[in-house]
Design a protein around this ligand. Structure first.
Ligand code: GDP
Ligand code: MG
Length: 517
């Protein structure tokens, strides 16, 4: 490749492997956040200049897999196959490598040059784990670099490896072996695809995905000329072998087997059976009995922090804009211009900005909970209850915030990784009575039920009914609009960490910017 061309790098990895931390280390402030075209999945891109080269990093959504089942997974893989990055940098959690390699197995199939960043190597070291990097490189076809995102160790080596792998343009050249039966069928389909000669994606990947009946890939293939025969053949093969193998899981099993094999063969020293600090915290924080009350207290603190503390500067901003409004009314002659400036521009911008303190504190709180690792526990503790309502454990936080104010609540739904979970949560947010409605409730309750005790009960029941309706509608939305398999709860419990100031600040800054825009 030309010496001075920009190198495009897709950063892929499981949730919580430290991807965003690395991204921030590398790109610093030179990043921008938006949404992927047409979908509400956050897109983060950032630049870095290294050794005179311009590097563009794309932080893909964190996923465990690359199926068509969830929007985040689809986005991640479509960026890789459609946007043609020069290199994939796959960030793996070295302290939990076996699980992390499952994603690597799928990335391999996209036939892009790959660098593996073995992140969290400090944690792995603490656990006594050692790997044979040469063996791992051989088995994955990737260049391996050991990193510690938190303390910015290995970043330079990672960038060097990335540039050199990009220059070589060498795909891993390693494949997951799916066993004789499937390999034979994959070869048949690849031959058919070659004969058609039109499909521009990696053919082996397409063949595998057709056998898996991946709806997105089937659509992609339909879009190429001359592929009817291929699609028919794929359907015929599926029909032919469906009694011999369970097509729904057989490919996943082989990928998993690959991950286990790479792990076992690369491992030179197994983790010590020690109780880590995280294990000790978990004994209390996810305790069968104490877990829930602790969760409630943390949630109350978050709620109070956002609404009570945030309410103070919110009041100042509102007063400020009211004063500005009064000033405008005094100084602009009465008429349409006055109305435009005072009721339109000042009141409008003021209303939006008055929520800014709440948004800032919300994301400060959320990013603290996420970065320390408590968020995953919180979601885990409440997941069963929420799931019974057709929601995800993580929906709890945005919904709770809805009792304070719906604006941060809807913004907070961004913490949900899955599109459908996010949408259902947002749609039922209005059923959570926000605090601005309370005076209205009290007014009506007192007007219609003048006896003091009654009106209290009335207000309480309105709150309660709101929750009941929220649950009912969540079920209805789940069933009819955002139906389909609910995302299984595969969230891992990451080790507890002290969050870095930089990550927390960037998190808050980005969300606040998105909100204002
Ligand atoms: P992402 O979900 O992959 O984007 O992960 P994040 O970048 O948000 O990191 C998750 C947590 O792991 C944060 O608390 C980070 O501070 C922490 N972290 C990231 N890299 C490392 C590392 O190399 N070692 C340790 N001990 N912690 C890390
Ligand atoms: Mg991240």
């Amino acid at each position: 490749m030309a010496e001075n061309r920009q190198i495009r790098i897709a950063l892929a990895g499981n949730p919580n492997c430290g991807k965003t931390t690395m991204f921030n280390n590398i790109t610093g402030a030179k990043q921008h956040v938006g949404n992927y075209a047409g979908v509400t999945v956050e897109k983060k891109e950032g630049h870095a200049n290294f050794n005179g080269r311009d590097l563009l990093f794309i932080d893909l959504p964190g996923t465990y897999s690359l199926t068509a089942r969830s929007l985040d997974e689809l986005v991640a893989r479509n960026v890789i196959v459609n946007d043609n990055p020069d290199v994939i940098v796959n960030v793996l959690d070295a302290s939990n490598l076996e699980r992390n390699l499952y994603l690597a197995a799928q990335l391999l199939e996209l036939e892009k040059p790959m660098v593996i960043a073995l992140n969290m190597s400090d944690v792995a070291e603490e656990m006594g784990i050692k790997y044979d990097f040469k063996k791992m490189a051989e088995l994955t076809g990737a260049t391996i670099v050991s990193t510690v995102g938190r303390t910015n160790i290995g970043t330079k080596e990672l960038l060097e490896a990335t540039i050199s792998v990009a220059a070589s343009q060498k795909a891993p050249g390693v494949t997951v072996n799916y066993g004789d039966l499937l390999e034979g069928k994959i070869a048949e389909l690849v031959a058919a695809l070659e004969e058609a000669g039109t499909v521009t994606y990696p053919l082996r990947w397409i063949a595998i995905k057709l056998l898996e009946n991946d709806p997105d890939v089937v659509e992609k293939v339909k879009g190429f000329a001359n592929t009817e025969a291929v699609l028919q053949k794929a359907a015929a093969i599926r029909e032919e072998i469906k009694d011999q193998v369970d097509l729904d899981i057989v490919f996943q099993e082989y990928r998993h087997r690959y991950a286990v094999e790479v792990y076992n063969q690369s491992l030179t020293q197994a983790p010590k059976e020690i109780e880590t600090r995280s294990d000790r915290y978990d004994k209390i924080l996810t305790h069968r009995i104490w877990g829930l009350p602790i969760f409630m207290i943390v949630m109350y603190l978050l709620f109070a922090f956002v609404n009570i503390v945030g309410g103070i500067p919110q009041g100042w901003i509102e007063d400020g804009f009211a004063a500005l409004q009064a000033y405008a009314v005094q100084n602009i002659p009465e008429g349409q211009l006055q109305s435009l400036v005072s009721d339109g521009i000042i009141a409008g911008v003021g209303a939006v900005l008055s929520f800014l303190p709440l948004i800032l504190l919300l994301f400060l709180g959320i990013s603290f909970l996420e970065d320390t690792g408590y968020m995953a526990r919180a979601a885990f503790v409440i997941d069963r209850v929420m799931r019974a309502c057709g929601l995800h454990g993580k929906s709890f936080i945005p919904l709770l915030l809805g009792f304070g104010c719906s604006v941060p609540s809807v913004m907070g739904a961004r913490i949900l990784d899955n599109y459908k979970d996010r949408m259902v949560t947002i749609l039922i947010t209005p059923f959570m009575t926000c605090s601005a409605r309370l005076p209205v409730y009290i007014l009506f309750a007192n007007a219609f039920f003048p006896n003091g005790w009654d009106s209290t009960l009335v207000v309480f029941s309105v709150y309660f009914l709101g929750i009941i309706f929220g649950v009912i509608f969540a079920k209805i939305f789940r069933k009819f609009i955002f139906s389909g398999e609910a995302e299984p709860f595969v969230m891992e419990l990451p080790p507890y960490h002290l969050p870095t100031l930089k990550a927390t600040w960037l998190h808050m800054y980005e969300r606040a910017k998105l909100y204002i825009i």
